[in-house]
Design a protein around this ligand. Structure first.
Ligand SMILES: Cc1cc2nc3c(=O)[nH]c(=O)nc-3n(C[C@H](O)[C@H](O)[C@H](O)COP(=O)(O)OP(=O)(O)OC[C@H]3O[C@@H](n4cnc5c(N)ncnc54)[C@H](O)[C@@H]3O)c2cc1C
Length: 514
C-alpha cells in the first residue's frame, strides 16, 4: 500500500478542519483529506452567523448564561466558559484571515439577535455567513506552503497501532488507495443529517466521523440530542431548504391541511414558541392527521414587503411555482444539527491517543441537551484552535495493526438500505419518541446492519461506505435515546414516566360577529 507521512492529518474541510490546518501549519506539515470538493460542507451552508459577546452592552457572562440555559442542565460548564471567553478572539482571527462581516455605518460589527440570546451578538455576513467564512479559510489554506489538500479523498477508516491513532486510510480519486500517517489526526467530518429522510444538511453529512471513531474505540455521547428545524420546504422536486424563522417572526402562521391554525392546540406563544416546541407540535399534528406536511402561510402580508424581506426564499419557491405572497408553503421539520458525537476534552483530545476531533462531529459539552443558535460555528473554531496548540507533530508510527478495509456493497442495495434506515429514524427516532418505537428502531437498524454485512462485496464506492457509517451512527442515536430515561432538551419520549405534557393549548379566537 502506498503511503504518505506528515506531522498532522486533517479529515474534513469545513470550518473545524481548515482552522485546525491553518494553525497547525505554523508548527509542521499538514495534509487535509476531504471527500468532495473542498467547499462541500455544512459550514458552507450556514446562514445566520457566529455568536460572540463583542458589543459593549454584552459580556461573556451573559453569553455563558444563555448557552447554559439552552443546554438544559447538561452542558459542561468549563467547556461553555472556554467557548464564550474565546469567542471575541476567534472572530478577530477570522477577520485577520480576510473574512468580511456586516458592519454598522460607524464601522462597528453589525450584530444580529437570535432565539435564546439575551443580547445582539450574532456576527454575520448577509444571510450567507458560512459561505463567507469558508471562502476566506479556503483562500488561506490554498496559499499556505505547509498545507497539502486532497479533494475527493474518502477516508475509509482510522489507522491504529497499540490503541493509538496513527493516521487514516483513504481512497483518493486521482491516485487510488493510500495510507496517510501522522503523529496527530484531527477528525473534523461534520454532521449526521443524512440519518434522516428530511435534513437541512448537504449530502456530505453522513456521520462518517462518529462511525470511524467508534470503530477504534473512541467514546461517543449524547447522540440522542438531535436538533430539528421546524420549517423546511416539503416538495418532491426540490431538496429540503430552510424557511427561516424570520417568516414566522414576520407574521407567518402554521396551518394544517384543513387550513386550521393548529398551534392554538399546543403553545400560548403559537408560531413563535421555541424551535423544539414548534417542531414537536408540527410532528404531532402531522401524525394526528396522517399528512406529509403542514403549511406556512404569510399570504396576508403585502407582496412588496415579502419580496424585500425574503428575496432568496421568494425566488427559490417561485422556481417551483409556489408564490409565497399568494400560496401556502408546504413545510416539514427536518434534522438540522447533531449535538452529540465524539467526546473530547477542552483541547479537542478524544479518548484515543493521537486522535483529536472538532466541530459538529464532537461532543465537547458546550451544547448539553440543546444547542444555542450560532454557537456551532464558534465551537468548531474555538476547539480546533485549542487542539492545534497541543497536538504533537513529529514522526508517527507507520505499522497499522490491521489492514482490513470496510466492505462495499452494490450501490443499488446501498440506496435501498439507506432509505429504509432514514424511514426508521424519521418515524421512530425523530422529534417525538416512544418506548415501542425505539425498540422497533433498535431491531430495524440491527437488521439493516446484518443485511448490509450479508450482501456480496462490490468494488469501492463511497455511497455504501457512507451508508454503513450512517447505520453505525444510527445505532448510537438509538442506544442513547433508549438509555435516556428523562425528557430533557431535544430528547422527548412520550413514555418517560417523568414526562409532563409539553403542550399548553390556548383558546382559538372566534371570528368577529360569529
Ligand atoms: C442550513 C444550515 C444553516 C446553519 N446555520 C448556522 C449558523 O447560522 N450558525 C452556526 O453556528 N451554525 C449553523 N449551522 C451549523 C454549522 O454550519 C455546522 O455545525 C458547522 O459548519 C460544522 O462545521 P464542521 O467543520 O464541523 O463540519 P462541516 O462544515 O460539515 O465539514 C465536514 C467536512 O468533512 C468532510 N468529510 C466528512 N466525512 C469524510 C470522510 N469520510 N472522508 C473525508 N472527508 C470527509 C466533508 O466533506 C466536509 O468537508 C448551519 C447548518 C446548516 C446545514
Amino acid at each position: 500500500m502506498e503511503s504518505q507521512t506528515s506531522d498532522f492529518l486533517v479529515i474534513g474541510s469545513g470550518l473545524a478542519g481548515l482552522s485546525f490546518a491553518l494553525r497547525a501549519a505554523e508548527r509542521g506539515r499538514v495534509v487535509v483529506l476531504t471527500k468532495g470538493e473542498i467547499q462541500e460542507s455544512n459550514t458552507n451552508w450556514a446562514q445566520g452567523g457566529i455568536a460572540a459577546a463583542v458589543s459593549e452592552s454584552d459580556s461573556w457572562e451573559l453569553h455563558e448564561e444563555d448557552t447554559l440555559i439552552a443546554g438544559a442542565g447538561l452542558c459542561d460548564p468549563a467547556a461553555v466558559r472556554y467557548l464564550v471567553q474565546e469567542a471575541p478572539r476567534a472572530i478577530e482571527w477570522l477577520i485577520s484571515l480576510g473574512a468580511e462581516f456586516d458592519k454598522e455605518t460607524d464601522g462597528d460589527l453589525a450584530l444580529g439577535r437570535e432565539g435564546g440570546h439575551s443580547r445582539h451578538r450574532i456576527v454575520h455576513h448577509l444571510d450567507r455567513t458560512g459561505g463567507e467564512v469558508e471562502r476566506a479559510m479556503i483562500a488561506a489554506v490554498r496559499n499556505h506552503p505547509n498545507i497539502e489538500i486532497f479533494e475527493h479523498a474518502f477516508v475509509t477508516r482510522l489507522l491504529t497501532h497499540d490503541s493509538a491513532c496513527i493516521g487514516a486510510s483513504a481512497m483518493v480519486e486521482s491516485i487510488g488507495h493510500r495510507y496517510f500517517f501522522a503523529k496527530s489526526t484531527m477528525l473534523a467530518t461534520g454532521g449526521a443529517g443524512k440519518l434522516y429522510q428530511h435534513s437541512t444538511n448537504p449530502s456530505v453529512a453522513t456521520a462518517d466521523g462518529v462511525a470511524l471513531a467508534a470503530q477504534v474505540g473512541a467514546k461517543i455521547e449524547n447522540m440522542e440530542f438531535m436538533q430539528f428545524h421546524p420549517t423546511t420546504l416539503y416538495h418532491p422536486q426540490m431538496r429540503s431548504f430552510l424557511i427561516t424563522e424570520a417568516v414566522r417572526g414576520a407574521g407567518g402562521t402554521l396551518r394544517n391541511h384543513l387550513g386550521r391554525r393548529f398551534m392554538y392546540d399546543y403553545d400560548s406563544r403559537l408560531e413563535l414558541a421555541p424551535r423544539d416546541v414548534v417542531a414537536r407540535s408540527i410532528e404531532v399534528e402531522m401524525k394526528k392527521h396522517q399528512t406529509w406536511c403542514v403549511y406556512l402561510d404569510i399570504s396576508h402580508k403585502d407582496s412588496a414587503s415579502i419580496r424585500h424581506e425574503f428575496p432568496t426564499i421568494y425566488e427559490r419557491l417561485k422556481s417551483i411555482d409556489i408564490e409565497m405572497d399568494k400560496d401556502w408553503i408546504p413545510v416539514v421539520p427536518a434534522q438540522h444539527y447533531s449535538c452529540g458525537g465524539v467526546v473530547t476534552d477542552l483541547d479537542g483530545q478524544t479518548s484515543v491517543p493521537g486522535l483529536y476531533a472538532a466541530g459538529e462531529v464532537t461532543c465537547t459539552g458546550v451544547h448539553g441537551a440543546n444547542r444555542l443558535a450560532s454557537n456551532s460555528l464558534l465551537e468548531a473554531l474555538v476547539f480546533a484552535g485549542a487542539a492545534a496548540k497541543v497536538a504533537e507533530g513529529g514522526k508517527p508510527e507507520e505499522r497499522p495493526d490491521s489492514t482490513d478495509e470496510p466492505k462495499c456493497i452494490a450501490e443499488s442495495e446501498s440506496i435501498r438500505i439507506r432509505r429504509a434506515m432514514q424511514k426508521v429514524m424519521m418515524s421512530d427516532v425523530g422529534i417525538e419518541r416512544s418506548n415501542a418505537g425505539l425498540a422497533e428502531a433498535k431491531q430495524g437498524i440491527n437488521e439493516l446492519i446484518a443485511e448490509y454485512d450479508s450482501l456480496p462485496s462490490a468494488p469501492f464506492s463511497t455511497h455504501p461506505l457512507e451508508t454503513r457509517n450512517l447505520l453505525l451512527a444510527a445505532r448510537e442515536v438509538v442506544a442513547g435515546a433508549i438509555a435516556r430515561k428523562v425528557n430533557v432538551g431535544l430528547h422527548f419520549n412520550v413514555d418517560n414516566p417523568t414526562a409532563v405534557s409539553p403542550y399548553s393549548a390556548v383558546p382559538e379566537p372566534t371570528p368577529a360577529g360569529s
